[in-house]
Design a protein around this ligand. Structure first.
Ligand SMILES: [Zn+2]
Length: 97
């Protein structure tokens, strides 16, 4: 059997490498909108983060998302990212129960 290579991505907050599927992609669309790409299909510049509120808070505090997406991010956008991540974490936890 051929072994498939799992694509790894690095979390912008804790710098840990994890399989792409486990991480959450945050995307800046060409319209300059920052959102979480839960389908993995949005085009644009992306940053990856662990499905972990702590990583998100660290990334917000250290402006790492803003730096890797190369734009300033407003507080209400961060608030939306928090909400989306919280929902996503819930969803993932439920599927593993
Ligand atoms: Zn992380």
């Amino acid at each position: 059997m051929k072994k498939k290579k799992i694509p790894l991505r690095k979390c912008v907050a804790c710098n840990e490498h994890r399989p792409k599927k486990e991480l959450i992609r945050i995307v800046k669309t060409k319209e300059g909108i920052v959102e979480m790409d839960l389908t993995g299909r949005l085009n644009g510049r992306g940053a990856y983060i662990c499905p972990d509120m702590e990583c998100l808070e660290n990334a917000i505090k250290s402006k790492k998302i803003s730096r890797s997406l190369e734009l300033d991010i407003e507080n209400d956008v961060y608030e939306k990212l928090r909400e989306t991540l919280r929902e996503e974490i819930d969803k993932r936890e439920n599927t593993f129960k």
